[in-house]
Write a protein of this length. Sequence first.
Length: 254
Amino acid sequence: MDVIFNNLSGAAPALLAGTITTIVAALLAGILAMLFGIPAGFGRLSRVPLIRSISTFYVETIRGTPLLLQLFVWFYAVKILLLTIFNLNVDTFAYSLLTDINSNSIFPRDTGISPYFFAIFGLGFNYGAYIAEVIRGGIEAVEHGQIEAAQTLGLGSFQIARLIILPQALRIMIPPLTNNFITLVQDTAFLEVLGIAELSLVALQKAQAVGSNVTLRWSFYITDLLIYFVICYSLALISRHMERRVAVTVSGAH
């Protein structure tokens, strides 16, 4: 036990850094997913054929292809296309931008930001498609008769959306949205294929560093699993609290 404790204690700073990278990546990707998903979800319900077609193409294409393949496409293909067509190097652009802002101790020239940029963007772009379907399903689940009743009372489209549709749709959407964000946290493990030192890659490297000692290896794997569990279970608890609050709010409105 002492050997296990000493190894885990020595690796704690690296595991903490990997955990922070995982949380930050999941948070940024989650924000991007909402930015992509909300317009796409409403676009799927649009009466304009072009908007509906573009939104449907985005959702179905992303949901129909593997996340890992999409990450490779973003990191290798899109990176090369940006450099070839627009002469845009993300690393050089980030370095120049930060240098113009300050002394740029954050991003030295010999480090690369592009793996993080394309990984987080790719993850957010992927989950945006799933968020879009959650939003579409939540809005469509609201009884259409309530919308018609609100229209007969003279309420405008914005008032109907704010007072009738969104409160009820939000209550329906919270569980699937939470499931998507929990899965997003878990899928940050895919970022290790791009060499990003998130939690899974750090734990794997530490496990490999102890050699053939199976007990020490498994201590890192189990620690990795426990940290993911704590993060995801915390999200589930927050979701339950939000569900109760929204349910009370909707009941009070009625």
